[in-house]
Design a protein around this ligand. Structure first.
Ligand SMILES: Cc1ncc(COP(=O)(O)O)c(C=O)c1O
Length: 369
């Protein structure tokens, strides 16, 4: 179905960047630079500078960024990692594949980890905390880092949705032992396909992730230091990401502008709860604009009929997916969010007209026109 207001518009995204992206792709291909070449190194340098870390290592997905960061931090069988269930499944799968046990805690009113619940989840087996900076909002990293330091825990940030978001003036992905990013095409910085990166200030973590992504081989010496994986960020993808990274600050400004418009037109309408959480410490990048309403399903049907595409992140608590073999942790706020969340159109290509059309339809639905 062709929506009048698409959730995102990859064709329009490409149309706007065509000359720059085409040049990056054709130059890279013409040089035959397909694997581990200068384009990847250049993107890694620019990404590290953007996040404010000493290193960035490109990998082939956000999932692998998380998995390798956990392995590089020494997390393994018998260990517990505290994280949330209100996230994309990859956050939790990375912990499971590292051989550790995910300990799932509830989220607070901003949809992020409720930091007041961390302390009581810590046991003698806890080795790490994985805060997830959901929807482009950084968790309260002051509390997370203070708790981690006092209990001797590693912090692996799932910043897959938060490149460019800040807390206390510092970038997501620059607080913990490692920051993990996704360049899945629909992310604020989206590549040609799957892609990801780990940012870190720890040379040993950077070295281990670099080994893990390329079958354990040290490319300088040819020595295999461990059993690794085939999980590189492709060179052509890196060349395109390097081009797009220059646009990211402008795209984030646009997202913040769209979020402010949504707020202006939807505040006080029906039972809506909006994600404009005003707190001077946070600079949100609005990867998603997620509203809450008890009438979510009816509203979604009406919007679809009017030509507005919305998504659900996520409609069913993770532990209810039987195949994931997670025990029900009993997280009331997470369950409520699953029933109430609705993600509205949000991207660098979302126009003011898109917002006007969408918000007018929502206001009519609630009888507020
Ligand atoms: C919060 C979160 N964590 C991890 C991931 C995994 O990233 P990828 O899809 O690149 O593997 C995603 C991607 O959607 C995500 O949103």
């Amino acid at each position: 179905m062709a929506y009048r207001v698409p959730f995102v518009d990859p064709r329009e995204h490409y149309r706007r960047l065509k000359s720059e992206v085409d040049l990056a792709v054709t130059e890279t291909l013409a040089k035959g630079d397909l694997v581990l070449r200068e384009q990847l190194a250049s993107f890694e340098r620019h990404l590290a500078a953007f996040v404010g870390t000493a290193y960035a290592v490109g990998v082939n997905s956000g999932y692998h960024a998380l998995h390798f960061s956990l392995l590089a931090a020494g997390i393994g069988p018998g260990d517990e990692v505290i994280t949330v269930a209100h996230t994309f499944v990859a956050s939790v799968s990375a912990i499971v594949h590292a051989g550790a046990t995910p300990v799932l805690i509830d989220v607070g009113p901003d949809h992020n980890m409720d930091v007041t619940l961390i302390e009581r989840a810590i046991t003698s087996r806890t080795r790490a905390i994985m805060p997830v900076h959901l929807n482009g909002r950084v968790c309260d990293m002051q509390r997370v880092m203070a708790l981690a330091q006092s209990h001797g825990l590693a912090v692996i940030e799932d910043a897959a949705q938060a490149l460019g978001a800040r807390f206390d003036g510092r970038m997501a992905g620059g607080f913990g032992a490692a920051g993990c990013f996704s360049f899945y095409p629909l992310k604020a910085l989206g590549g040609l396909g799957d892609g990801g990166a780990v940012t870190t200030n720890d040379p040993e973590i950077a070295r281990k992730v670099t080994l893990l992504r390329f079958n354990g081989e040290d490319r300088e010496t040819g020595e295999f230091h461990l059993h690794g994986y085939t999980a590189l960020l492709d060179n052509v993808n890196a060349a395109v990401l390097d081009v797009k990274l220059r646009h990211l600050p402008m795209w984030i400004d646009h997202r913040r502008h769209i979020a402010a418009l949504y707020r202006r037109t939807l505040e006080g309408v029906g039972d809506l709860r909006l994600p404009n959480f005003l707190d001077a410490r946070h600079f949100d990048s609005f990867q998603n604009y997620v509203i809450r309403t008890a009438r979510r399903d009816a509203l979604r049907s009406v919007l679809r009929a009017e030509g507005v595409e919305t998504l659900l992140h996520w409609p069913k608590p993770m532990w209810e997916h039987k195949g994931l073999c997670l025990t029900d942790p009993g997280l009331p706020e997470t369950s409520r969010l699953c029933d109430e969340v609705l993600s509205l159109p949000m991207s660098a290509e979302t126009t003011l007209e898109h917002v006007e059309f969408t918000t007018a339809a929502i206001r009519r639905f609630f009888g507020a026109a």
